[in-house]
Structures are given as structure tokens and as C-alpha cells.
Design a protein around this ligand. Structure first.
Ligand SMILES: [Zn+2]
Length: 318
């Protein structure tokens, strides 16, 4: 992580107080959780807040430990997707671009937190006239994104130093569950948005059917990379706390937690499963297809694996 000063947030350490409801009481929720995808070491504990049911890793690790959770073959760092994965990513980008146009029109300044290699922003470049920025922690991903001509800061969002009211829209896809202090990240998002600007993102839904079925093997834990697990209720609380209004939750179709759940279940019976290259078994794409129909039903009934969200910062629109 050369070139980035990583300061630990206030949230580091054992559970003292729920960041959402300030309750000082939590119960063990998942003990002895292991990384069944990439085999990073150690066992982890999650606790559940008694006040608001927020699920939190306990303790929240320091940055020096968090960086060891992301091996070089981490799936979000892979390039050169082909076939189904490439088609799905293309479809995802087009759907998002449509959503952004609906919210802010086809001009304005968009920032992506956790921009990875800039592939998503690159897609947006092709469909709108937006000014695009992003932050990313992995130096190799920053290089790859900059090679696409993108304006990417090698930093955490909180330390990137953007002036207040910089952006019309901030996008965070599968990000808020990874950060040390989601309350701080959402507050910084609100600070850097113009009045009337939007935050858009998505995160795993612990109130989903797939969590109920897979329990400790649920793909949404992504142990130990997910430090916080949200439900629609706790997500609303987070957005509300940061001062957002017109909060809208969207139940997306995304079968990967089912597929990872099956993979984790099969591997979790082995006390020391072999390391998986790229975190995914060879049968993974077949599982994705197999679980697509049930995800469509879940999405229609508002209990899907992933919750998308959009919310508006108060004030007159840009
Ligand atoms: Zn709480």
C-alpha cells in the first residue's frame, strides 16, 4: 500500500457501542468464522447489536490486518472476464448508467468509492457526459484505472481530501460492508455531495432467504472481508443518520451468494480446505445459473441477497 497513509478509524477494536443505535450491548452471532474462499488465516467473531440487530465483526481489525484479507487473486481484482461474467458486467453497467441518468441527468460529477481497475467508470464514460472520479486502495488497480484515462486517487475516501459539495452522485458498490467505519464513510459521502445529490450503492442483505438457508456458510459474510452486515432496516438507519432523505431500497437479482453458500458448505466440512485460485470453484458458473430463478422470486418478494440503495442529500438539486 505504498503512497497511502492508512490511519485507523475510531471504530477499530472490540465492540463498545453500536455505531448505528449507540447500544452498548451485543450478543455473539457467529463464532469461529473462517475464510472458505481464499484461505486467509484466522477465525473471526461476529456480534449482533441488541438495540438494532446490526451484525458487526468483533473486534474491527486495524488496517494492517485488513490488507492481508485481500490476496492478489481477489475476484474484484481480476481482469479479462469472458463469457457470462463479461456479459453480466456489461448489463450491470448499462442498468446503472440508466439509473444515474434518471437521478442526475447525463452531465455532472460522479465519484466511485472503491473504483478497482476503473472498468465500471470506463463503461460510464462511453454512455454519458459525466465528469468521473474515483478512489481505490490497491496500487496496481489504481495504475490500471489511470491507464484508462481516469482520475483516480490512491486513498481511502475519507482521506482523499475532496472539497465539500464536489459531487452530484457518489457510487459505492459492495463497499460499505468492507470499510472500518461505515458511519464515517457515509458522513464523508454526505459532506462531499452537492445539496440534492445522490448516493447509490449495494450491499449484502442479512435478512435474505439465502442467509436463513446457509447460515454460517452464507456467501454474504465473505469472511473476513465483510466487517458489517446490513439488513434493509440497518441500512436505512445508516443513511438516515448521515442526513439522507428519499431513501429507496431496491431488491436486486444477484445469485452469487447462493453459489458461494453452496461452495462454502461443500468446503466448510473439510477442516483445512485447499486454497481456491480466484476464490471460486470450477462449478461456480453453473451454480450461478441454477440459482438465478430463485433470486428473481426473492427480488420480487423483497428478500433478495443484495439490497441496492439510493438516497438524496437534502437541499435544492444541482
Ligand atoms: Zn445497534
Amino acid at each position: 500500500m505504498s503512497g497511502v497513509t492508512l490511519l485507523d478509524s475510531r471504530a477499530v477494536g472490540p465492540f463498545r457501542q453500536c455505531p448505528l443505535c449507540q447500544s452498548k450491548d451485543a450478543d455473539p452471532f457467529l463464532e469461529g468464522a473462517r475464510d472458505l474462499e481464499y484461505g486467509t488465516g484466522g477465525e473471526h467473531l461476529y456480534v449482533k447489536c441488541r438495540g438494532c440487530s446490526f451484525v458487526i465483526m468483533d473486534p474491527i481489525p486495524p488496517f494492517s490486518e485488513i490488507v492481508t484479507f485481500y490476496p492478489s487473486d481477489y475476484h474484484a481484482y481480476q481482469e479479462g472476464d469472458r463469457g457470462l461474467a463479461r456479459a453480466l458486467k456489461g448489463l450491470y453497467s448499462r442498468m446503472r448508467a440508466k439509473q444515474f441518468s434518471r437521478l442526475i441527468g447525463t452531465t455532472g460529477h460522479i465519484c466511485e468509492i472503491g473504483a478497482s481497475d476503473g472498468e465500471f467508470l470506463h463503461h460510464l464514460q462511453e454512455v454519458g457526459d459525466w465528469q468521473l472520479s474515483g478512489v481505490e486502495l490497491d496500487p496496481e488497480m489504481v495504475e490500471r484505472a489511470r491507464a484508462k484515462g481516469l482520475d483516480i486517487r490512491h486513498s481511502t475516501f475519507e482521506q482523499a481530501g475532496y472539497p465539500a459539495e464536489s459531487f452530484d452522485l457518489v457510487v459505492m458498490s459492495h463497499l460499505i460492508e468492507h470499510v472500518q467505519d461505515p458511519v464515517e464513510t457515509m458522513a464523508e459521502t454526505a459532506r462531499t455531495l452537492k445539496p440534492g445529490g445522490y448516493v447509490v450503492g449495494e450491499t449484502p442483505n442479512i435478512a435474505s432467504w439465502d442467509y436463513k438457508i446457509f447460515g454460517r456458510f452464507w456467501g454474504g459474510f465473505h469472511v473476513p472481508r465483510h466487517l458489517y452486515l446490513f439488513s434493509g432496516e440497518t441500512l436505512r438507519r445508516l443513511l438516515d443518520k448521515a442526513g439522507f432523505e428519499e431513501i429507496r431500497l431496491i431488491h436486486a437479482v444477484q445469485p452469487s451468494h447462493w453459489a458461494i453458500g453452496v461452495q462454502n458448505f461443500l468446503r466448510g466440512r473439510n477442516p483445512s480446505p485447499s486454497r481456491l485460485e480466484g476464490g471460486r470453484a470450477f462449478y461456480f458458473p453453473l451454480l450461478l445459473l441454477a440459482f438465478l430463478p430463485i433470486q428473481i422470486v426473492q427480488s420480487l418478494l423483497g428478500a433478495s441477497s443484495i439490497i441496492g440503495f439510493e438516497a438524496r442529500k437534502s437541499g435544492t438539486g444541482p
